[in-house]
Structure formats: C-alpha cells, structure tokens
Design a protein around this ligand. Structure first.
Ligand code: ZN
Length: 60
C-alpha cells in the first residue's frame, strides 16, 4: 500500500455540474494527483478535494 494512495480519497465529492469553481478544482485535482506531471502535489490535491466538498452552492 502506497502512502500516496492513502492520501487520496477514493470518492471525491461530485462537483456541481454548472459550477466553474468546482470544475476548475477538479481539473486541478487531476493534475495534482498525477505523479507523471511536474505539478504533482499530494498535499495540495487533498486541499483541492476538501475545497470541492465544502464549496457552497446557492439553492443547494
Ligand atoms: Zn462549486
């Protein structure tokens, strides 16, 4: 079991379909969790996932 695996939540909160912020965060998350990319940053990826989860949406 890799340490990286334990850092990434397997189930990401679903970003709101029409929310640009959530979409941008998801895009960021995919880059941050890709070890082949220079931007790979597990810690930042976790932060992005939390932001998606906590992002408020009017009308819920
Ligand atoms: Zn959102």
């Amino acid at each position: 079991m890799s340490e990286i695996e334990s850092l990434f939540p397997r189930r990401l909160p679903k970003p709101a379909a029409d929310c640009d912020v959530c979409a941008a965060l998801m895009k960021q998350w995919r880059v941050l969790t890709n070890p082949r990319l220079p931007a790979f940053d597990p810690s930042a990826a976790v932060d992005a996932a939390v932001e998606i989860k906590r992002h408020p949406h009017a009308g819920k």
